[in-house]
Design a protein around this ligand. Structure first.
Ligand SMILES: [Zn+2]
Ligand SMILES: [Zn+2]
Length: 77
């Protein structure tokens, strides 16, 4: 199975327990959808398409985030 690097803490997603995955995803979604509010100067690389998150429009952001959340949380299904 492909390794997924957590976009929030940069660790292997497989090393996260369920709660930590949830926290990291939650934080990532917030920053990715509203980088201005977080004054994020750090580039956020999309874990799905590997592009800069700021190059995504709203629709792409939503799509990539949904895919990512599914990939991270839906391992067994
Ligand atoms: Zn993490
Ligand atoms: Zn993307």
């Amino acid at each position: 199975m492909e390794k997924i690097v957590c976009p929030t803490c940069r660790k292997d997603m497989g090393e996260h327990d369920e709660w930590q995955s949830y926290l990291c995803l939650e934080k990532f979604v917030k920053v990715a959808t509203n980088p201005v509010a977080y004054g994020s100067v750090r580039k956020i690389v999309c874990p799905m398409c590997k592009k800069d998150m700021s190059e995504h429009n709203q629709e792409q952001t939503t799509e990539c985030l949904n895919k990512f959340i599914k990939q991270v949380t839906g391992k067994s299904s």
